[in-house]
Design a protein around this ligand. Structure first.
Ligand SMILES: Cc1ncc(C[n+]2csc(CCOP(=O)(O)OP(=O)(O)O)c2C)c(N)n1
Length: 682
């Protein structure tokens, strides 16, 4: 498109360009809708018919080569086309074909072409907005005057992640433009019926530059987009464009809109070609103000129809993806099976400085930050350092790399996603693992799936650290680890070390990993000391488990928080019962070191797994199921020792009774070796 900021571009030429892009979006989406009605397009399609002026005015002013990036929504075709993405590949993705932008992994709601500026569309209302902050953060760090744009609808204005993002963007003065495409509907419900106050006033409360405009007036949108993009580029901070648009179709193709009759709040119905249609309005303006003839405008439409036909032909001719080409490994940039098997025997004791686990983690962060400029820390109170893990780092690395946030987990975890996709290496602190529940969408729907949904176009190298587990009298909402949950989401890796040395190595490896790692720090062990050697570890060679003690009578697997009790129990078993336990402390939860475990079981043929997470569908169940599938003949049924299925209680005697301790590990292991009955976990 011509750049209207260059003096040789006549204003009316710019308007014709705008018209051309709007027509391209319209004709593309009408062709897709027709294909959907003909049964050629699987799933749902949400077209943006009526909203073309906003997509065209904003996206054509962006410069992906400079580093401008956008995130979009379930209604993202228009943004993709306006950015200049290959229409054939867009169509092929919508058709679920092999040559689609995302190789058929994403579909209509997940178009993405990060190299050309579209980091990703989103099926979760409001879910992509925090990632735009990350792209803006990366641009701010780069200092290249690039910006990020987050598109979303009026419905998303009621989502926590969006409201958090508006605040965080303002606090960090990020170059991000929020574009609210207010079509008056959130799916089948009029926005007016479910939105307190008005959107423009709400936006203004965030103290950012804001314009609220008629989104069907292409020239008006264009002028506002120009001003707001320039504002963001100049480094003044975020801006918002509130564009009131019309939805000229249903929420999705095939939506009969019967709900319109049930409410008085619904905006008046309008249809393509009618007076409210932004294309009709711009066409009239081009004729009236610029003297452009009907014929010239018609010929633009005809030439675009030829382009669109070619795009859809490309999609139709593209083969369907071959299911045998889709592998589990593609969710990761570095599939775990590439890792060499660890040694069978306990390694030689490392001689390092005696350090607490908190100190070892602090050292790992400091060493990683010193080694790699891209690494930065973000989270609540990270400058002060909760539990002492991040203390002192701001003095050494500066406030630009150690960033305190508002209490907005969705926004800052999502920011990390966008920053990682744009080449940085974020280490996010979610203060307590329990709080991941408030940003679960960002972790499991966004971070975990982004690589896969984009067909492998990006990797997501970020770490989410969290204090985990019971033992500090912190009560039911500050004592969980959720390790078993994180292990169950494809696309995530998860580690939970139990010694200072393992904590150091595992955190260095997690930061160097090209994939997202949930790093759980057993908070009851923060003050436990041990020798720590500060040598970096490539993610492919960092140990996945520690073999702490060799024995022939049973294999004792103790997950991090239970490790001190297991070490004590193993000592007592040897001294008092002459029972030799082979003690394994897993470090990796996903990937998990099955090699060390199966080698051990081949000798001991008895298994006890101890965990302070969930008794049902938890880590112990998972390990036992995995062992069962290996077919190793066992001398006794495998056993687990886990807490009862209650929340973690507060009062010390209750919490102590709740956690698997040395006494119970000892008794359970002894019963297992003696062939006595072992009580089932509660
Ligand atoms: C978190 C979440 N809740 C609900 C939905 C179902 N849903 C899909 S689109 C939509 C309406 C969104 O409204 P708005 O943000 O105004 O965007 P529009 O569809 O109008 O473009 C809803 C409720 C969803 N996808 N994600």
């Amino acid at each position: 498109m011509n750049d209207p900021m260059k003096s040789d571009v006549k204003p009316h030429e710019h308007l014709i360009d705008l018209y051309r892009v709007m027509v391209r979006i319209r004709r593309f989406e009408q062709a897709v809708a027709q294909a959907w009605r003909a049964g050629e397009v699987p799933g749902l399609v949400h077209t943006s018919i009526g909203g073309e002026a906003v997509a065209a005015a904003v996206c054509t002013r962006l410069d992906p080569e400079r580093g401008d990036r956008i995130t979009s929504t379930h209604r993202g075709h228009g943004h993709a086309i306006a950015l200049g993405l290959d229409a054939g590949k867009c169509a092929a993705e919508i058709f679920g074909r092999r040559d689609g932008l995302c190789r058929g992994r994403g579909g209509s709601m997940h178009l993405a072409d990060p190299q050309r500026g579209l980091i990703g569309c989103n099926g979760i209302v409001g879910g992509g907005v925090p990632a735009a902050l990350g792209a803006a953060f990366a641009a701010q760090r780069e200092g290249n005057r690039a910006i990020a744009v987050a598109f979303f609808g009026d419905g998303a204005m009621n989502q926590g992640a969006v409201l958090e993002s508006l605040n965080l963007a303002r606090v960090l003065k990020l170059p991000v433009l929020f574009v609210i495409e207010d079509n008056g509907f959130g799916e089948y419900t009029p926005a007016a019926a479910v939105t307190a106050g008005d959107i423009a006033t709400r936006l203004a409360a965030f103290d950012l530059r804001m314009e609220s405009i008629d989104g069907g007036d292409a020239t008006g949108v264009d002028a506002a987009a120009e001003a707001l993009i320039a504002y963001c580029r100049a480094g003044h901070g975020p801006a918002a464009l509130h564009a009131r648009t019309v939805r000229l179709t249903g929420h999705h193709e095939g939506d009969a809109q019967a709900y319109r009759r049930m409410t008085d709040d619904a905006p008046a119905p309008a249809s393509p070609g009618g007076a409210a249609d932004p294309l009709v309005r711009l066409r009239a303006e081009l004729k009236r103000e610029c003297g452009i003839g009907e014929q010239e405008l018609d010929s633009i439409v005809r030439s675009i129809d030829i382009e669109v036909e070619a795009a859809l032909r490309f999609a139709r001719l593209s083969p369907l993806p071959d299911p045998t080409d889709m592998t589990v490994a593609e969710v990761w940039a570095a599939p775990p099976h590439a890792r060499p098997a660890p040694s069978a025997a306990p390694g030689a004791p490392e001689i390092g400085e005696e350090t607490t686990m908190a100190g070892a983690l602090n050292a790992a962060l400091a060493d990683a930050m010193a080694e790699d400029e891209r690494v930065f820390l973000i989270g609540e109170d990270v400058r002060a350092g909760v539990f002492g893990v991040t203390g002192g780092l701001v003095e050494r690395f500066g406030a630009e790399r150690v960033i305190d946030t508002p209490i907005s987990e969705s926004a800052f975890v999502g920011l990390a996603l966008g920053a990682a996709v744009c080449g940085l290496r974020p280490v996010v602190e979610v203060m307590f693992a329990d709080f991941t529940a408030v940003c679960f969408d960002q972790i499991v729907n966004q971070i975990a799936k982004w690589r896969f949904m984009t067909g492998g176009q990006v990797s997501v190298p970020l770490v989410i650290r969290a204090a985990a587990g019971a033992g500090l009298r912190a009560g039911a909402q500050h004592s969980q680890s959720f390790a078993h949950l994180f292990a169950s989401f494809s696309g995530l890796k998860c580690a939970m070390p139990g010694t200072p040395q393992d904590a150091y190595h595992a955190l260095r490896a997690a930061i160097a990993d090209p994939d997202p790692v949930i790093f759980l720090e057993p908070k009851a062990l923060y003050e436990v000391t041990g020798p720590v050697v500060r040598d970096g570890h490539a993610p492919s060679s960092a140990p996945l488990s520690r073999h702490l003690r060799t024995g022939e009578d049973l294999t004792l697997v103790a997950f991090a928080g239970t490790l001190p009790g297991a070490i004590e129990a193993a000592g007592r078993l040897a001294r008092e019962e002459n029972i030799a336990a082979d003690l394994i402390a897993p470090i990796g939860i996903r990937p998990f070191d099955m090699t060390t475990l199966t080698r051990s079981l081949a000798r001991t043929r008895r298994l006890l797994v101890v965990d302070d997470g969930s008794a049902v569908c938890g880590l112990a169940d998972h390990v036992i199921a995995a062992v069962a599938k290996c077919g190793i003949p066992l001398a006794a049924p495998p056993a687990s020792l886990t807490p009862p299925m209650t929340p973690v209680p507060f009062s010390p005697p209750l919490e102590d009774a709740w956690r698997p301790d040395a006494t119970r590990i000892f008794a359970t292991a002894r019963a297992l070796v003696r062939g006595e009955t072992i009580p089932a976990p509660g």
